[in-house]
Design a binder for this molecule. Structure first.
Ligand code: UDP
Ligand code: MG
Length: 151
């Protein structure tokens, strides 16, 4: 089965609101494997690289301020179709469109402060993981439960 990796960021509002365990726990309970994890403060240069695709948007300045405003948790998740699965668990960007049961739909009410980032495609996932994790910080390991989760 083809494995994918995705970058998750629990954004500064998620850390400040004490939602790290709730958010990461949802992925753990789904059966998804955690292969990288750390608490960091994103600097402006990294934020600008991460969100370069949004540089021309009206919300870009606020977005960079927000994502650099406090500690975040960066995580790498691994599993089959994990990019799409994580995005569906995260929910729509605007919390008024995010349905209940999703992270944003359950826990957020604003378009900017929407708690969590998840990569949107294999290429962006690879770029984003490299932005936050060095070689050796993303681990390759087997869980005894793996064959019950992915066959
Ligand atoms: N964002 C915003 N206003 C918008 C769209 C996006 O403040 O109209 C912020 C929000 O924090 C979002 C981030 O910019 O998560 C990146 O936007 P994107 O469209 O990539 O959404 P995502 O992939 O996070 O769902
Ligand atoms: Mg995005």
């Amino acid at each position: 089965m083809g494995m994918e990796r995705t970058l998750i960021i629990v954004k500064p509002d998620g850390v400040q609101r004490g939602l790290v365990a709730d958010i990461l726990g949802r992925f753990e309970r789904r059966g998804i494997k955690l292969v990288g994890l750390k608490l960091i403060q994103i600097d402006r240069a990294t934020a600008e690289r991460h969100y370069a695709v949004h540089a021309a948007k009206s919300f870009y300045g606020e977005l960079v301020e927000y994502i650099t405003s406090g500690p975040v948790v960066v995580a790498v998740l691994e599993g089959p179709k994990v990019i799409e699965i994580a995005r569906s668990m995260i929910g729509k960007t605007r919390p008024n469109e995010a349905v209940g049961g999703t992270i944003r739909g359950d826990l957020a009410v604003e378009g900017l402060r929407n708690l969590i980032h998840g990569s949107d495609a294999p290429e962006t996932a690879a770029e984003e993981i490299a932005l936050y994790f060095r070689d050796g910080e993303v681990l390759d390991y087997t869980r005894s439960v793996d064959h019950w989760v992915v066959g």
